[in-house]
Ligand binder design. Sequence first.
Ligand code: SAM
Length: 314
Amino acid sequence: MNMSTSKIHAKAPKIHVDYATADDEWKMEVAPEIFAKGFPCQQINALTILKEAEWCYEKDKVLDIGCGIGRVTREVLLTDQIEQITAFDIIPSYSKYAKEQNSHEKITFMQLDAGHDWPDKWKGTFDKVFSNECLNMVTDQEKLVKQIFNTLKPGGEFAASYFLRVDAFQIAILTLMAQTKWQKYFSEDSDAVEKAMETAESCPWTDENTFAKFLENAGFNVKKCQKIQTWYRPNDYLEWVQFCGEAYSRFYQQIPYDRQNEFAKELLPIILDIENKKLDKLSDKERREYGIEEGSKDYQCTEMLILHCERPLQ
Ligand SMILES: C[S@@+](CC[C@H](N)C(=O)[O-])C[C@H]1O[C@@H](n2cnc3c(N)ncnc32)[C@H](O)[C@@H]1O
């Protein structure tokens, strides 16, 4: 599939299943303390990017796009060989929290919308650009990719993860939304289920071919732009479901607070059924690659693109 941006946007329904985009009326803005609970999964995805990129640093300047509360920046991205990291996020309270809780002399945290124009002084400045789980939230992704290209030095590299939107959590929410018991909480959005289904089924934002085109059009040499999975095993799956709902799901948040626990308990078996079926389909080799313990179940699968590319020297 090879779509232009305008087609992608034309197809995208206004109501999203979960993560809102930067120009939507609802932004993913949970309290930094709740957001912080997502670290174990963010860490796995960030490490997957870095394993792919195999970066060696020599006093490098690094840019981190959509750094959230900065824990991945400080604990996963930062190494002794890096000279300086500039890390930004659209949400002011996250940049503030990052400065307070994850400060480091080599890291500058700031607030910026990746979809807006970046500072002129950044042009040709960075050796590496990194982004974990953020690019899919920016509406004009072609512009974003061009800005990333311009901000790199010749020979500089860009590596990122990009969430695809079909996951078990979304499907479970959609399943419950269609049930009479829960329907009343979604009555404002009379055709919400239909629209959300469309999103979940079609992944309208992009795919590996579309994003590779964005990268090539900007001038990058693309080393990798591939759909992959990562697997994470929560210690307490119900707690994880509650966290995902509180942090990322607009529809979960429409359920009255005193019924959210019951809602989460009904989501849980649907999610586990989907994830365990996916798990059963993996070969032994894949299980080993994903670090899945033999015989164990109840993992969470993230479908995402992994990107790695280079700005040519000339
Ligand atoms: C799933 S979180 C990942 C955070 C961080 N990269 C990590 O690995 O922990 C996605 C982050 O992207 C940020 N974000 C979304 N849209 C953005 C935009 N237009 N500009 C900058 N940051 C954005 C969100 O505020 C959120 O903190």
